[in-house]
Write a protein that binds this ligand. Structure first.
Ligand code: M6R
Length: 614
């Protein structure tokens, strides 16, 4: 969950690394550091607790002249966030410096062995164990750094993306990956290295994505070499990444999260572009059409995902069961992977992930593949590990999501799921074609519908100021909007740190209604759908117990206007697309409450954007 950047070439390494680290801060932000090979061949290492800004202050006035270096922004796994545990880590002699993203699961055994060989440690990290293991192997085998890295990694159990530099060598970085992303940017006589290609898009659009078990020798003036852990050469596959720098900036908004909320009309345009034909209202998803037989004979669909992607998958379950009549299960990837799940060869497993790097989701994919299931991916990040590990898939194309709280990825995921359900439903003949074209039409209108929903922003901001100091919230919804309630509650808790619970509205009377009093606001998604009247009854039950209701209602709904304490209106769309619209005021509500409380909404405490550890 950390961010890695590296550079070797003719330019000064420090500004490139610092800029890249700023862009990677979404991956972790509790400490940061940089190591450079200085003029005399020595390694200069600077690191400190705090954000990349703190590192920049720390570097002020230091002579950092160097054309090679590695940098890191950390999300702590082993050892508290402090200066000593920050990366890079020196080996015992100071000859090597290493940065690491991931977890070395057998670090204790390796550490004990190294201690018995006279090594001592400055930090409590697993990463320092790895750099010392590499040094020990290099010394005892009298081999090159590249060989020592390969031999060391053969002994490592766990996940890693690493980069290592060596004293006296200002031309070469050794990098490797296992279950943590690593992209190598190819420039003119220079190389870049990053956990996320987007962070170095200013310098190059050509990237090589390392595969699991690969080690790269990145040497100025020489062609890139990639080998497996046993020294056999792998193919160097250069891919182009088309992305504009403006996508990585805040564009005048105070936070990435607010920018990303407001981007949603445009991101949905990108998501449906070339997929929904505006003339014929036909939908084309090549990932499905190229694998027709898998979807035609699918006995079951299993979604695996985490967090917001799991909430989107719950909506996918409704869509596919309704429109395709295929039984669907939605699994937390973290539970699925350790549950000895029953997977049949005619199952289609759909892995959903914004980052495409979530460790639990990746592990679930491996299990599904081992059992012979066809695995389909719904990802945002192009070329990500999950995108590459799946048999086929659909990108949501919503552009880089930098705010830790997922917003535009959620609406993109649900949009893709709706298209998926329509395409599969048509293939299997389970969907009424008039309805198909009606929903396709609603998809085409979605950007405008979302734009209208965003007009509620000033009203939401006002409402947020009333509820900023509430200690708990309940979020309720039914049908397609039950997952929306879960997602609204997750948004609020992760960025405001207020406890919030999402529930199916009818479950209240089975226990949670005991929580209701005047201090407990309940947010209810009560738009005009086939459960509307039932939801109104649930609202009455809460009101009768003195609860305060904030209702998300359909435009023009006069009934709930009179009954709820506060209303947020959203425009209508097809019922199955409604979560894409009704989540908008809930994203805004969480945002404004969190900013009123002075929270760092883009980088909330204890969190990181991509969870590449278990
Ligand atoms: O990148 P992924 O979609 O696989 O990430 C899954 C979750 O970690 C993620 O959705 C998380 O819950 C977000 N912070 C929610 O806003």
């Amino acid at each position: 969950m950390c961010g890695i950047v590296g550079y070797v070439g003719e330019r000064q390494a420090r500004p490139i690394i610092i800029k890249g680290l700023h862009r990677l801060e979404y991956r972790g932000y509790d400490s940061a550091g940089v190591a450079l090979v200085g003029k005399g061949g020595q390694i200069d290492l600077y690191k400190c607790k705090g954000k990349v800004d703190d590192l920049e202050h720390f570097l002020e006035g230091k002579d950092t002249t160097s054309t090679i270096g590695i940098g890191h922004t950390r999300w702590a796994t082993h050892g508290e966030p402090n200066d000593a545990n920050a990366h890079p880590h020196f080996s015992q002699s100071g000859r090597l410096a290493l940065i690491h993203n991931g977890i070395i699961e057998n670090f204790r055994v390796l550490k004990d062995a190294l201690i018995s060989h006279g090594f001592s440690f400055r930090s409590s990290t697993d990463s320092e164990v790895l750099v010392n293991l590499i040094e020990y192997i290099q010394d005892t085998n009298e081999c090159t750094l590249e060989e020592a890295v390969r031999i060391a990694l053969q002994q490592v159990v766990g996940a890693y993306a690493i980069a290592v530099i060596e004293r006296g060598n200002a031309r070469r970085i050794i990098a490797a990956r296992q279950s943590s992303p690593m992209a190598i940017g190819i420039g003119e006589g220079e190389y870049f290295l990053s956990s996320d290609a987007a962070s170095i898009i200013d310098y190059t659009q050509e990237f090589v994505y390392l595969n699991d078990g690969e080690v790269a020798v990145i040497e100025k003036g020489k062609p890139l070499q990639i080998k497996n852990l046993f020294g056999e050469a792998s193919k160097v596959d250069i891919q182009k990444l088309e992305m504009s720098i403006s996508q990585l900036e805040k564009g005048g908004y105070p936070h990435f999260m607010l920018k990303e909320i407001h981007e949603q009309p445009d991101t949905i345009v990108d998501c449906i572009r070339g997929r929904v034909n505006p003339e014929t209202r036909e939908i084309i998803l090549s990932g499905v059409l190229d694998n027709k037989d898998k979807f035609l004979k699918a006995g079951r669909i299993i979604f695996v995902a985490c967090g917001t992607s799991w909430h989107a998958s719950l909506i996918g379950e409704h869509l596919i069961e309704n429109l395709c009549r295929i039984p669907v299960e939605v699994e937390y990837a973290s539970e699925f992977r350790y549950r000895n799940p029953i997977i049949r060869p005619d199952d289609v497993v759909i892995a959903v992930s914004q980052s495409g790097e979530t460790a639990d989701t990746l592990a679930a994919i491996e299990i599904a593949k081992r059992c012979g299931a066809f695995v389909y991916g719904i990802c945002n990040v192009i070329g990500s590990s999950i995108a590459r590990a799946t048999d086929s898939g659909t990108y949501i194309h919503v552009g880089p999501e930098i705010g830790v709280a997922s917003t535009k990825a959620f609406t993109g995921q649900v949009t893709v799921m709706a298209m998926l359900a329509l395409v599969i439903g048509k293939l299997r003949g389970t969907i009424d074609m008039d309805y198909y074209h009606q929903v396709a039409g609603a998809l085409l209108e979605l950007p405008e519908t979302i734009r209208k929903a965003l007009e509620s922003a000033p009203a939401v901001e006002k409402l947020a100021s009333i509820f900023t100091y509430a200690h708990n919230f309940i979020y309720l919804g039914r049908g397609y909007n039950y997952p929306t309630a879960l997602e609204g509650a997750l948004k609020l808790k992760e960025i405001s740190y207020i406890h919030a619970e999402g529930l199916p509205a009818a479950e209240m009377k089975h226990g949670p209604i005991a929580l209701i009093d005047a201090e407990m606001p309940t947010v209810v998604i009560a738009t005009l759908d086939h459960t509307y009247e039932k939801t109104v009854s649930n609202i009455e039950e809460i009101k009768a117990r003195g609860g305060k209701i904030i209702a998300v209602i359909s435009e023009g709904d006069t009934q709930l206007r009179k009954r709820a304490d506060f209303c947020l209106e959203v425009p209508s769309t097809a019922e199955c697309l409604m979560p894409i619209v009704s989540i908008i005021p809930l994203q805004l509500l969480a945002y404004y409450i969190a900013t009123n409380k002075g929270r760092n909404v883009d980088q909330p405490r204890n969190l990181a954007k991509s969870v590449t550890v278990e």
